[in-house]
Design a protein around this ligand. Structure first.
Ligand code: DC
Length: 233
């Protein structure tokens, strides 16, 4: 076992949408005193910027150009973390269903993946970081010291998403929401570049019938064991 990096280990949390990655990443980062990086928010910021600029999702040259001129940053604001695209706070706008579906299409394009891969590697290289996404343990940091693959049934993920939308006052039916979850899974799993799949050395966690606290405990224990091994190594 190799010793850990400058600021600690790299923790990769991959899995489909609605499995609880965002909440767990934030909570685990707080417990460990680590930085958390929501890579989905980065892809969403690209999709929003492309939509605003009128760049079509199959225009690879246009997307490459857009990414070259786009600076994505995270800014802590008390308990929340804001997403900035060229300095503008886009945290709310990137969370709509429309941008979610567009992101699933745009994130399949090679120039977009390449641009964000480089940004994510720079952000995480020193360790002490938790990255959540779809391809962190397989492509971005295949050498991450700890990898989790967090999933839950499509019905449960659709139900969680539906409750989130209802709390925000957005109208949708439960059936529609589950159907969108399934559609997004297909797109994310079926794409050519960096598809959603479990890394061979990832710890699989099915959160369908677990509480957030139970998953959090399991994750924290796994990371601490790895850190203890690193100190010995
Ligand atoms: O996690 P999320 O729902 O915010 O992700 C939005 C979309 O971005 C999702 O359809 C998959 C894509 N994505 C990706 O392709 N790779 C990542 N590392 C993170 C997200």
């Amino acid at each position: 076992m190799s010793a850990v990096r400058e600021n600690g280990v790299i923790v990769a949390i991959d899995g489909p949408s609605g499995a609880g990655k965002s909440s767990l990443t934030k909570l685990l980062a707080k417990r460990l005193g680590y930085i958390h990086i929501d890579t989905g928010a980065m892809f969403r910021a690209v999709a929003l910027s492309a939509q605003r600029a009128g760049i079509k999702s199959d225009d690879d040259a246009g997307l490459a150009e857009l990414c070259r001129g786009l600076e994505i940053a995270f800014a802590r604001d008390g308990e929340t973390c804001r997403v900035l695209a060229n300095g503008e706070d886009v945290s709310a706008e990137i969370r709509t269903e429309e941008i979610g579906l567009l992101t699933s299409t745009i994130s399949a394009r090679k120039p977009v993946r390449q641009a964000l891969l480089e940004m994510q590697r720079k952000m995480g290289a020193k360790g002490g970081v938790i990255l959540e996404g779809r391809d962190i343990g397989t492509v971005v940091f295949p050498d991450a010291e700890v990898k989790f693959f967090l999933s839950a049934s499509a019905e449960e993920r659709g139900r969680r998403r539906y409750l989130e939308l209802a709390a925000r006052g957005e109208s949708a039916t439960l059936e529609e929401t589950i159907a969108k979850v399934i559609q997004r899974d297909r797109q994310d799993e079926g794409r050519e570049h960096a598809p959603l799949k479990q890394a061979e050395d990832a710890v699989p966690i099915d959160s369908t019938s677990l509480t957030i606290e139970q998953v959090l405990e399991l994750m924290e224990r796994t990371v601490k064991e790895r850190l203890a091994q690193g100190e010995k190594g």
